[in-house]
Design a protein around this ligand. Structure first.
Ligand code: NAD
Length: 310
């Protein structure tokens, strides 16, 4: 058996694979994703290929995996994997469903609180002897505000539970969940149609996969129909939100703030789109990557790869 791991994975989980298949059989190089020629050679005789979100498992790389039976995904979005092509080749694609949901849900609540209060970004001014107390004295509390979740799967549902715990009203849109789905009762979230949710929420947070139906879902028109002063949080995927329209809405004051963790091109190339946007938090695709989430995601994938290879 040979296992290739092309992005970072928790050491204990890698050691679990080494204990099961032999140390020499497990090739772990977190920088392999950045060495395409080496990666192409490495996967040629592997039985399982473990990736995070940067390795593009499609085209030439997928064709090189002639022996692989399993693709382990250290996360949940599958937009970097050509799943139909994998399945056509008899490969099982295993995502770490639910294992990083808490990390994302906590990111959303923290961002919602920071952005509504808009008083946390004054470090340089305060350290520099300025005292912008008057300007920062009218931030909004989070309890009592309405959180609108677009996509109500494992992350959306956990976010709803945390949000209810800090006193928010939660509404959610997800056409795949019927009225009778237990998630509504379990979380206390109220089912709502998309347009009504967008125009009534104080904080809108996206939790949908990137698929054809969600690409550019949050376009200029949707952003314009958000409530004045509302906050937008995108931890889902780049390509779902029109970043140019978002930056425009922040600069014009239509939106009160935004947090963006994911971008159409990652790493985000240096550009002017987000320059001088007020009350904006940008993070490098880390919403789901906490210390604990990495341990959970990695051990889940190690266990499932071991089970799938028998
Ligand atoms: P999930 O599959 O449990 O839930 C996704 C939900 O979206 C499903 O209930 C589905 O019915 C719904 N959905 C699909 N298309 C929709 C549409 N057009 N409108 C409304 N709802 C729609 O997935 P999850 O674990 O909750 O993760 C959601 C997404 O978050 C992932 O696909 C991934 O792209 C992203 N994610 C990002 C990070 C990060 O670090 N930033 C970490 C984990 C996940």
């Amino acid at each position: 058996m040979k296992i290739i791991i092309s992005e970072f994975m928790d050491d204990d989980a890698v050691n679990l694979l080494r204990a099961r298949f032999g140390a020499a059989q497990v090739v772990y190089d977190a920088s392999l994703v950045d060495k395409p020629a080496e990666l192409l050679r490495a996967v040629a005789d592997c039985d399982a290929f473990i990736v995070r979100n940067r390795t593009q498992v499609r085209g030439e790389l997928l064709a090189a995996c002639t022996k692989a039976r399993v693709i382990g995904r250290l996360g949940v979005g599958l937009d970097n994997i050509d799943v139909p092509a994998c399945e056509a080749r008899g490969m099982k694609v295993i995502p770490a469903t639910g294992a990083n949901a808490l990390a994302v849900a906590e990111y959303v609540i923290a961002a919602a609180m920071m952005l509504r209060r808009s008083s946390y970004l004054s470090t340089a001014e305060v350290a520099g002897g300025k005292w912008p107390r008057n300007r920062l004295s009218s931030g909004r509390e989070t309890a009592g505000a309405t959180l609108g979740l677009i996509g109500f799967g494992s992350i959306g549902q956990l976010t709803a539970t945390l949000a209810r715990g800090v006193g928010m009203t939660v509404v959610a849109y997800d056409p795949a969940l019927s009225d009778a789905h237990p998630a509504w009762m379990d979380t206390g979230a109220i089912r709502m149609e998309l347009d009504e949710l967008i125009s009534s929420a104080d904080v809108v947070s996206l939790h949908v996969p990137l698929v054809d139906a969600t690409r550019n879902l949050f376009n200029a028109q949707k952003i314009a129909s958000m409530k004045k002063g509302a906050v937008l949080i995108n931890t889902a995927r780049g390509g779902i939100v029109d970043d140019l329209a978002l930056a425009g809405a922040l600069k014009s004051g239509h939106l009160g703030g935004a947090a963006v963790d994911v971008f159409a091109t990652e790493p985000l190339p240096a550009n002017e789109v987000f320059a001088s946007c007020p009350n904006l938090i940008l993070t490098p695709h880390i919403a789901g990557v906490s210390f604990e989430a990495n341990v959970r995601v990695s051990s889940m994938i190690a266990d499932q790869v071991i089970r799938a290879l028998g």
